[in-house]
Structures are given as structure tokens and as C-alpha cells.
Design a protein around this ligand. Structure first.
Ligand SMILES: NC(=O)N[C@H](N)C(=O)O
Ligand SMILES: [Mn+2]
Length: 307
């Protein structure tokens, strides 16, 4: 049998290498040999708004049952509370509602932030005396009823601000999830706040000089309001220009998307469903990553002298 000529051997080797390379690319393209399912693969575009907040991508299956594994962190000037850490218990005086307090004055905040999981036929209780309340609907529909008898249906992405000592109730026939902020109202002389009902999509985009994110504010900027709720949108790859350090404190809920949050000297991968506490003056910065835009809801105290 005649041995292959040099040109034949050369073309055989070329073909062999080409086959190997295309096989390797094929395997990598399928996520490689040992990659966990990427959160990017979860196609959230076909899901209801804010769906991932109540259906977070928990750690990959091989980590989910890893004893003690969590992304949650609690430090002096910040905290990251991730869904696998939530501890729900019946909300005092609410009917058929479980609550998970995520930020409270025990952390050093002057407000509380909690998730309220309303079951069937559930009803809210009033906040304590002189405490104002802001509720935002993450999932389901609730009916806000005031003493005047007027009621509003709040769907996902809708919200309500209730002044201190304002009689009201939130009812839900079907399961619904709210994020709630409450704060002891700092009464300025002869100022008072009004009850507000609105939805994010109807709020105008505000100027953000020097920044690229889109900003909506859900409450009036006027003096009577001692906090505001910002809704901030980032396209993948966009990030905060200012590495902020300010006297205001924040409670943040990532509603959509994923990225990296810098808090102090720590850098955290975050995703929809994560909650962050930022104490005054903690250096803070965010970059949106992945294929889907980021949106977060942000409590920020305003209009009061820090003294
Ligand atoms: N961490 C933040 O996104 N902070 C806001 N830009 C703010 O303080 O208004
Ligand atoms: Mn800030």
C-alpha cells in the first residue's frame, strides 16, 4: 500500500484540526462543559412585569441546597438581602398576610421596608400613629379603600402614598405581593401631605444631568414630603456616573435585570428580587449587565435638614 503523499497528509491534518475546532466551539456554544444555567438564558421578556421579583433565579440547582449558601450580607453601613434569606411571618393585625421585614431601624434606618404577601381574602392594618405609608404592587391586584368610600384598584406597577393617620385599607381577593415603606412622619410647620395613587408608567422622565439612567419620581418634590421613591432604569452596560456618597439613606428593590452593586469596598452581583439597605454616606455605585435592562425602586429621604 502506497504511503500518503505530503500534500494528502497536509490536507488530512487540516481537516482533522478544523473538525476538532468546530466541535469545541459547538460545545462552548451550548454553554461549555461545566457552566451552570446562566441567568441570561431565562427569557423574562415573555413574563408579566416584575415577574422575577417573586420568581427570582435562585442560585443554580447545584448550589441551591448547598448548606449555608446565601448572597445576603449585613454590614455596618449596608446590607444585601437576597430572596433565599427572606423570613416571612404574619403581619401584626393584617388578615391573611405574611410579611418579611427587610430594613428596619434596628439596622440604623429611620424607615421600614417590607414585602407583604397578601393571600386570598386578605386585608391590611393601619400603620402606627403618625406613620406614613407607601405601597407598590409587585404582583397581583389590591383594592385601596378610603373612609370616603372611594376605592382604587392597584395593579402591578401601581402605587399609593397614605399620609400619617390617614384611614384606609388594602384588600385582596387573590394573592398579591406589595413592597411597603413606612416612616414616622417629620411634621414640618403647617405642611401636610396628600393621599396619592399613581402608576410608574404615567410618571414623566426627569432630567438626569451627567447621568445616563432614566429617572422617575413617584411622589411630589414639594417640602411636605420627607421622602421620595425613585424608579431608575439602566440599559445593559449603563452605570452610575457619580460614585455617590450622601447623607440620605436608601432602601432599594431591584425590580428587573441584573448587574453589579458597589457598596463601600464590596462589589455584589445583584438581580431582580434583591433588596439593598444603604446607610448615609456609604459609597454606592451600580452597573447594569446582561441582556435585559435594569430597573430599581429606591427610597430616599429628602426635604429635611440633616441636623
Ligand atoms: N444608589 C442610587 O441609585 N442613588 C440615587 N441615584 C440617588 O441617590 O438619587
Ligand atoms: Mn444615592
Amino acid at each position: 500500500m502506497q504511503s500518503p503523499s505530503l500534500p494528502q497528509l497536509h490536507s488530512f491534518l487540516l481537516l482533522y484540526c478544523f473538525t476538532l475546532i468546530s466541535l469545541f466551539i459547538q460545545v462552548l456554544g451550548d454553554g461549555g462543559f461545566c457552566s451552570a444555567p446562566s441567568i441570561l438564558e431565562a427569557d423574562v421578556s415573555s413574563k408579566p412585569l416584575y415577574w422575577k421579583v417573586t420568581n427570582p433565579t435562585l442560585s443554580p440547582s447545584h448550589l441551591q441546597d448547598l448548606p449555608g449558601f446565601t448572597r445576603s450580607v449585613y454590614k455596618r453601613d449596608h446590607a444585601l438581602i437576597t430572596p433565599e434569606s427572606h423570613v416571612f411571618s404574619p403581619l401584626p393585625d393584617w388578615t391573611n398576610t405574611l410579611g418579611a421585614y427587610l430594613i428596619t431601624p434596628a439596622m440604623g434606618s429611620h424607615f421600614v421596608m417590607y414585602l407583604a404577601k397578601m393571600q386570598e381574602n386578605s386585608r391590611s392594618a393601619l400603620p402606627p400613629h403618625d406613620v406614613e405609608r407607601f405601597v407598590f404592587v409587585i404582583q397581583g391586584t389590591v383594592t385601596l379603600t378610603k373612609t370616603s368610600g372611594i376605592s382604587n384598584k392597584l395593579m402591578v406597577d401601581s402605587y399609593a402614598y397614605l399620609p400619617p393617620n390617614f384611614e384606609h385599607s388594602l384588600k385582596s381577593d387573590e394573592p398579591a405581593t406589595l413592597v411597603v415603606f413606612e416612616r414616622r412622619y417629620a411634621f414640618p410647620d403647617d405642611h401636610s401631605t396628600e393621599q396619592i395613587v399613581g402608576s410608574t408608567d404615567k410618571q414623566p422622565l426627569l432630567e438626569t444631568p451627567g447621568e445616563v439612567f432614566q429617572l422617575r419620581k413617584l411622589l411630589p418634590a414639594s417640602v411636605p414630603y420627607d421622602f421620595n421613591i425613585h424608579v431608575m432604569d439602566f440599559q445593559p452596560g449603563e452605570f452610575l456616573n457619580v460614585k455617590e456618597v450622601h447623607y440620605n439613606q436608601h432602601g432599594l428593590l431591584l425590580l428587573e435585570g441584573q448587574g453589579i452593586y458597589r457598596l463601600g469596598d464590596s462589589w455584589y452581583p445583584v438581580q431582580a428580587g434583591d433588596v439593598i439597605w444603604m446607610a448615609p454616606f456609604v459609597p454606592q455605585w451600580y452597573a447594569a449587565l446582561g441582556k435585559t435592562p435594569s430597573r430599581y425602586l429606591l427610597y430616599k429621604d429628602v426635604n429635611r435638614n440633616p441636623l
